[in-house]
Design a protein around this ligand. Structure first.
Ligand code: DAH
Length: 336
């Protein structure tokens, strides 16, 4: 019996040492420790052993089982280490790694963020409105009568239900005055839409930034001061501004603002529209609200609006405005 045990031990340990894969090792384990394995069979023959020898034999059997089990575990660890070694030796640590692509802020967003930051410092808060608007919010409330050319079907995207894609962010003025009482100091960035032929300087969907300030005794001096401060912060203190009389239905008097600055090639550029809110706008809003919070005898205000796309285009010296919306990585990656 003891010699049998010795034989199983020697053969087993030799096979474990020789096993060259985890699968081979597992079949050695089954052959020895499995239900019909050699060690299990040996323990079944315990009943044939003389009573006085059983404790000693039982002890030897246990020792054998433990020795085999620990040899199996050690061999598993050794085989795994060998596999790791093979994997590692085939790795080339001198190969260049994969560099993660770093994103960047889009030039339009960067310009908008800077603009918002400057207006925030002057106490303006952000406002918004829907892209799909009623004719009232886009035109009627802004003193733009039904026969005004801006309302022409050729100029505007109308929906079958009579609503339209807003042609300017001035709708945000109407929305704010409809729902809030003075004093109002807001800027409203957003998309605007026109039936423009898309070319190097025109998009049918573009971006504007609107501003509105309504309070008792707001004057043209406030408008000029605010807008001048803004553009000088944006482009540097050497920036020159020109307020050129113009016409907008919703402001009186109205101006276009021209800018000359190094950042824009030192030539005059028309950048924005502005003016003092027309009393007719306050009256339209008052009729809608049913109160006198916007009584033009008691309050006044200024408004302005300008396009962000063309400004971003000139600031980054790109030749075609469409580059701003094409999401071409070859173009965008230069702004990292
Ligand atoms: N809404 C005008 C446009 O799209 C820009 C504008 C002009 C906005 C004068 C204003 C303003 O608020 O007062 O051309």
């Amino acid at each position: 019996m003891e010699s049998q045990l010795q034989q199983i031990r020697e053969e087993g340990l030799t096979e474990i040492a020789a096993a060259s894969s985890l699968a081979a090792l597992d079949s050695v384990r089954v052959k020895m420790l499995g239900r019909a394995g050699s060690i299990s069979l040996l323990s079944q023959s315990m009943k044939d052993v003389a009573k006085e020898n059983r404790p000693r034999f039982g002890k030897l059997l246990n020792e054998l089982r433990e020795e085999v089990t620990s040899s199996l575990e050690k061999r598993v660890a050794a085989l795994n280490a060998e596999t790791d070694q093979v994997l590692l030796s085939s790795l080339d640590f001198t190969l260049p790694g994969t560099c993660p692509e770093l994103g960047a802020v889009h030039p339009l967003t960067r310009l908008l963020n800077r603009a918002v930051e400057v207006f925030r410092r002057m106490g303006f808060v952000l406002a918004e409105g829907p892209d799909i608007e009623t004719e009232w919010h886009c035109f009627d409330a802004l003193n733009t009568p039904a026969d005004h050319p801006a309302r022409n079907e050729q100029d505007t995207f109308y929906l079958p239900d009579g609503r339209l894609l807003r042609t300017h962010t001035s709708t945000i003025q109407t929305r704010v005055m409809e729902s809030q009482i003075p004093p109002i100091r807001v800027i409203g960035p957003g998309a605007a839409y026109r039936r423009d032929e898309v070319d190097a300087t025109h998009l049918a969907q573009f971006n504007q930034l609107e501003g509105l300030y309504v309070a008792p005794d707001v004057t043209l001096a406030d408008l000029k001061g605010t807008v001048s401060f803004f553009f000088c912060e944006l482009f540097g203190s050497g920036t020159e501004l020109r307020f050129r009389p113009h016409f907008f239905p919703f402001t009186e008097p109205s101006y276009e603002i021209d800018i000359r600055t190094q950042a824009l090639g030192n030539r005059w550029m028309e950048l924005a529209g502005c003016g003092m809110v027309d009393p007719a706008v306050f009256e339209a809003v008052s009729a809608r609200r049913g109160d006198r919070a916007y009584d033009p005898e008691l309050i006044s205000g200024f408004a302005f609006g300008f396009g962000l796309d063309r400004l971003a285009m000139n600031l980054t010296s790109i030749p075609d405005i469409r580059m701003l919306v094409e999401n071409d990585m070859r173009f965008l990656s230069q702004f990292r």
